[in-house]
Design a protein around this ligand. Structure first.
Ligand code: TMP
Length: 405
């Protein structure tokens, strides 16, 4: 029996994407690096409703000096985190001499605004390369994994925190017991633990199966986070839906009984119950739709190749690893992917070995079709790539289904 990583309940597997590489492990141009593979399958706990991977990848294989992803790669996300920081500064961090800790601060996209406001802060970031970028932006960072021991050290040196914040990080961490003990040690009596991650409800609605990859160990819902908070002595006091990264929820947790529970929490819990969000029937339906998308996407790419059309990928996202490896798409169907991230360019995509090129090469010459892997940034990308459309180029999307626009 597979045991839930949160509550030890029985986990039922509902979806299997097969053998997959690490989504951010880009290879050198000769493709000769050793690659680590694992079985990417997903299950749901029949007791606490937490959706989780059935195999865990050791954390140091994913997050290390050369971790390539930079949170600041999108204008919209820079704005989103600037606004988040401003809201925190005007609210939780507005009294006395406040202190905020961010788990997984990446390149400092959020904390740099906090730092410029002169507010005490600390980023805890295990990936050395991106941590260095944050430091260069004036952010105070410690290069390590957040866990109970690091939280105890921070508490000793910096005192209690008013806010522990994390964006697109908590769902990456299987060992939530140590995280909550750390948050418990670090937060003052009225402090809050705020985190935002992809929302199961949106993943099901959009069939965005590419949100499932090695780093996304959990796929949170309000129901599963509410149960997790209670299990570790906290209470879910607010839940706010966010339109970024294909649909997320920002959860606010407080110590039990310290804050009123917002209406939104009750509403979202009721909605998830009504739609049977964590039921095997709904989840198996999602897996079935993902199989359909795979068939239609591969058929389309084969058709375009047979018709002599050129196709390029746009955005070598972590999400694209699931799509490419699940669908068996390699350089024969997709000769290259363009991406703005310097540490991905000149390398090959994990598992599928498709060359990653600079955005300049996308226009030199434009392909007939561009397969948009960074669909969560589609507004921003389509606005800046208008010339591609004007010159006859077409976008291929696969979320919520395969279509050409
Ligand atoms: P994300 O969806 O996980 O944020 O990853 C987005 C990827 O797409 C990242 O590798 C950067 C890349 N990207 C582009 O190549 N061009 C763009 O305009 C944007 C916004 C992202």
């Amino acid at each position: 029996m597979l045991a839930c990583r949160i509550c030890d309940g029985r986990v039922e597997e509902f979806c299997d994407f097969g053998r997959q590489p690490l989504s951010d492990a880009f290879l050198g141009p000769d493709g000769r690096d050793d690659e680590y593979f694992f079985r990417l399958a997903v299950g749901v706990c029949s007791s606490c409703a937490m959706v989780q991977l059935v195999e865990e990848v050791p954390r140091t294989r994913m997050f290390h000096e050369d971790y390539p992803y930079r949170s600041s790669g999108s204008t919209r996300m820079r704005r989103h985190f600037e606004r988040t920081a401003e809201e925190l500064l005007a609210g939780e961090l507005s009294q006395g001499d406040p202190f905020i800790v961010e788990i997984g601060c990446n390149d400092g996209i959020m904390l740099k605004t906090i730092s410029r406001a002169g507010v005490r802060h600390l980023g805890v970031e295990p990936s050395g390369g991106v941590a260095q970028l944050a430091r260069a932006d004036g952010v105070r960072v410690t290069t390590e994994f957040f866990q109970e021991s690091s939280a105890l050290t921070i508490r000793k040196t910096d005192g209690a925190a008013d806010v522990v914040y994390a964006a697109n990080t908590v769902c990456h961490i299987p060992y939530m017991d140590s995280i909550f003990r750390g948050v418990d040690a670090l937060l003052g009596p009225d402090g809050v633990f705020v985190f935002e991650d992809p929302y199961l409800g949106d993943v099901i609605d959009r069939t965005s199966f590419d949100q499932i990859y090695d780093e996304h160990f959990y796929l949170f819902s309000v129901t599963s986070v509410d149960a997790m908070a209670r299990r570790f002595g906290f209470e879910l006091v607010n839940a706010e839906r966010l339109p970024v990264h294909g649909g997320e929820v920002r959860y606010t947790l407080a110590r039990k009984g310290r804050r009123p529970v917002a209406r939104e929490v009750h509403e979202l819990l009721a909605e998830e119950e009504r739609r049977g969000l964590a039921t095997l029937e709904v989840l198996r339906g999602f897996a079935e739709r993902a199989r359909g998308i795979r068939e239609r996407l591969v058929a389309l790419l084969r058709e375009l190749r047979a018709a002599g059309k050129t196709v390029a990928g746009y955005g070598a996202t972590a999400k694209s690893a699931t799509v490419l490896n699940y669908c068996g798409i390699g350089p024969d169907l997709l000769p290259y992917i363009s991406d703005t991230t310097p540490t991905k360019q000149g390398r090959l995509t994990p598992g599928s070995h498709i060359p990653v090129r600079t955005p300049d090469s996308f226009a030199d010459p434009y392909p007939d079709y561009a397969l948009l892997f960074a669909w969560n940034h589609s507004e921003e990308i389509m606005a800046k790539e208008q010339r591609f459309r004007q010159e006859g180029g077409k976008w291929i999307l696969y979320v919520p289904d395969v279509r050409i626009v």
